[in-house]
Design a protein around this ligand. Structure first.
Ligand code: AMP
Ligand code: GLY
Length: 432
């Protein structure tokens, strides 16, 4: 079959990597793709918001299955449009994608169905928001209702900061996405990402991962889209995964079905693991980036077949197999990211990095200029490696990083530190 992947980041390179190894895929395209995806798929110059262009391409090139990577086209209704045209697609329709598109919707759903999440209130009016913040005190979290490219959640250490954040967001810092805000309790714990594949009724747990959002080592500096990830996340024990399914994912699936919004695609729960168990921080309606890279690295059975089963509503009894090795992705970003950065800087050494056993370089923001590989975004590459444990995977990934020659880029040097600390604790307990 002819498969089209929508998007052009590291997540989409990982998705193409998974699809390309499936015996079901006889042809693979990606719109718009990037310099690394171009080695695996036909990259077509159609933007992810150009629904007419995407439908035309599907018709003329006889696309059988579309996988939508990013949230923007999902929330804007790309899957609805494809379904109206009779084209099978992976991802939620607009009514399902509201779980990421509106934080107010998700918080209200949690409240109605007793799904564990931070206590909150919603506001359109700054005077009422101010009173609530002053009454609750800090730390406290202010969130824009709508999509804000991962920047819409502001963790505030003081009441003054929270008042300023509420004013900025309601005042238009994120445009219409901030017409309404959620102000919520600050939760303490360890964060983890949990992924479930959904077919409208059934939810199949995939694997767990942990992301590193802060730009600098030691989780310091401003938040980014994600500077690295590893899978599995040791904090997500079998017991914790089961609680997450029972208390969070399955009640959400039932509630969405009851509301006439059956959810299909990947449900990605951002969790805070607290003393009281898993609490929902937020939902995303797609794979995480860079979490997708580590998930696809460990996904052993056919990921394309699983996504087709999800899109067709056929996940009952379905099984997915995972490697029990650990995987890690270290993101290489352009100097200056997440602030201003240069594009079109030359990257060398990808082949040398990939020559190291178990290392793959997944491209996020790159493009080809003849034979030369140029940077074309903030997050540029994701060096991905496997190992028997996170420590070994990390050592390989940094060998890969060190084999590259890109003076205009940087990466964190401590991706995986929490898991490695745990591995070392377990070793010293075992030997004492
Ligand atoms: P979000 O965009 O909702 O995932 O939030 C981005 C980041 O802000 C999360 O990954 C957390 O690190 C932090 N965060 C969001 N909400 C809370 C909360 N209620 N308590 C503590 N940290 C939070
Ligand atoms: N890595 C976080 C995200 O994809 O939202």
């Amino acid at each position: 079959m002819h498969v089209l992947v929508i998007g052009g980041g590291g997540r989409e390179h990982a998705l193409c990597w998974g699809v390309a190894r499936s015996p079901l895929a006889s042809r693979l395209s990606c719109a718009p793709g990037n310099g690394g995806i171009a080695r695996l798929a036909e990259c077509v110059d159609i933007g992810m918001e150009d629904f007419d262009g995407i439908v035309d391409y599907c018709r003329t090139e006889k696309v059988d299955f579309v996988i939508v990577g990013p949230e923007i086209p999902l929330v804007a209704g790309l899957v609805d449009r494809l379904e109206r045209e009779g084209i099978l697609a992976f991802g939620p329709n607009q009514r399902g994608a509201i779980l990421e598109g509106s934080k107010v919707f998700t918080k209200e759903l949690c409240r109605r169905h007793n799904i564990p999440t931070a206590a909150y209130e919603r506001f359109t009016d700054i005077t009422a928001a101010r009173e609530y913040i002053q009454d609750r005190g800090a730390p406290i979290v202010v969130k824009a209702d709508g999509l804000a490219a991962g920047k819409g959640a502001i963790v505030c250490q003081t009441v003054e900061e929270a008042l300023a954040a509420a004013e900025d967001v309601l005042g238009g810092q994120f445009g219409d996405a901030g017409n309404e805000i959620v102000v919520e309790q600050f939760m303490v714990g360890e964060e983890a990402s949990f992924f479930a594949l959904c077919d409208g009724r059934n939810a199949l747990p995939l694997a767990t991962a942990q992301d590193h959002k802060a730009v600098f080592d030691g989780d310091r500096g401003p938040n980014t889209g994600g500077m690295g990830a590893y899978s599995p996340a040791p904090v997500m024990t079998d017991e914790m995964c089961q609680k997450t399914m029972e208390r969070i994912i399955l009640p959400t699936m039932r509630a969405m079905e009851q509301d006439g919004r059956p959810f299909k695609g990947v449900l990605y729960a951002g969790l805070m693991i607290t003393e009281r168990g898993p609490q929902l921080i937020e939902y995303n309606v797609r794979f995480g980036d860079p979490e997708c890279q580590v998930l696809l690295s460990r996904w052993q059975s056919d990921p394309l077949a699983a996504m087709i089963a999800a899109a067709k509503g056929q996940l009952a009894g379905y099984e997915v197999n995972w490697s029990d090795r650990a995987a890690i992705t270290v993101v290489m970003a352009a100097n200056g990211y997440p602030g201003d950065y240069a594009k079109n800087t030359e990257i060398r050494g990808v082949d040398e990095a990939e020559a190291i056993s178990g290392v793959s370089v997944l491209h996020a923001g790159t493009k080809l200029d003849g034979e030369r590989l140029l940077s074309n975004g903030g997050r540029v590459l994701g060096v991905t490696a496997q190992g028997v444990d996170v420590r070994e995977a990390q050592a390989r990934a940094y060998q890969g990083v060190d084999a590259m020659d890109w003076p205009d880029g940087f990466c964190r040097r401590d991706i995986g530190w929490r898991a490695i600390e745990r591995e070392e604790e377990q070793e010293s307990e075992a030997s004492s």
